[in-house]
Design a binder for this molecule. Sequence first.
Ligand code: GDP
Length: 366
Amino acid sequence: ALQAGIVGLPNVGKSTLFNAVSNSAKAQASNYRFCTIEPNVGLVDVPDARLYKLEELVKPNRVVPTTIEFVDIAGLVKGASKGEGLGNKFLANIREVDAIVHVIRCFEDDNILREEGPINPVSDKEIIDTELQLKDLETVEKKIARTEKMAKTGGDPKAKKEYETLKQCQECLEQGKNIRSLGLSKEDRSAIADLFLLTEKPVLYVANVDEASLHTGNKFSKALEESVKGENAQVIVMNNSIEAQISEMEDPADKELFLSEYNLTEPGLNRLIRSAYKLLNLITYFTAGVQEVRAWTIHEGWKAPQAASVIHTDFEKGFIKAEVIAYDDYVKYGSETAARDNGRLRIEGKEYLVKDGDVMHFRFNV
Ligand code: GDP
């Protein structure tokens, strides 16, 4: 599964959020399937109402949602890039994730220690950004030192291109900016992909606000939103303590009641999970049979054979064709047969770009 790493300064509410994630993970694991959860990794279902609509129509033996992993990356502090705290270890953990969830304290509470003075989400964000940028700068400069000679003397256009991209990254980082703000082309990104740069990873911010600001946000979360406008990054306003409480409730009726007391239609965690999924450019297709209705995760832009490979690697090699019904059509006609009778079942070949919500059936050679 794809991984999102939770980062932030100490005492901003990371563990509280991670507890909410891992409680949900445990609750779900007992429902669907066995799953081992490492102490700092929580595998959670991606909440998708379409899956349950399909369940209603097909009445399968079981329903399997798609999942995403959250990793708790505690311990990132000022000076981490120079090895402060457990600095380098944590930076190495971030290198492995696909996206970053950056938790920022947007609540006041004198009882909860804060070393950075009055609440200031913008400077908190910059502290973490700076650590990640310094680490990236180190990585980029090392690579520049290794490739400089080849790029300048050799006639290899690929090396030259890579070198140019590296210099561009260096300049960006020296200006205190994140690589993701460069808007690199696909080609440039693949030239530096082997570096796994931290500030290139997609990010979303969790503004951890006080209960009273749950629906409106507050001056802190608004300042944060303003400051990330140029990054085109999303800010999710939620209260991590409430999320942790919700996740501890076992009885669905209690949960409903609790949510309604806060005027919530669903846990904030669901919003976070969906946003993380979107951030990673992931889409979902479904398979729907009496045995199982299931959601599958693929990247946007994948063609049918590659999409089939997430079910089984042999499906890609032996791919013949796919029968496809768009989700809306499936629901409109109410069954595969009815959709087919109304000309809504399409036969698609190897070049078909799978769309979010497609209900697919693959034909393949074994
Ligand atoms: P971490 O160091 O970032 O993992 O922070 P924790 O999740 O351990 O939270 C630090 C402290 O802040 C704990 O005592 C939490 O109960 C408290 N806390 C977390 N979220 C909130 C919140 O939204 N409001 C308030 N008032 N306290 C919170």
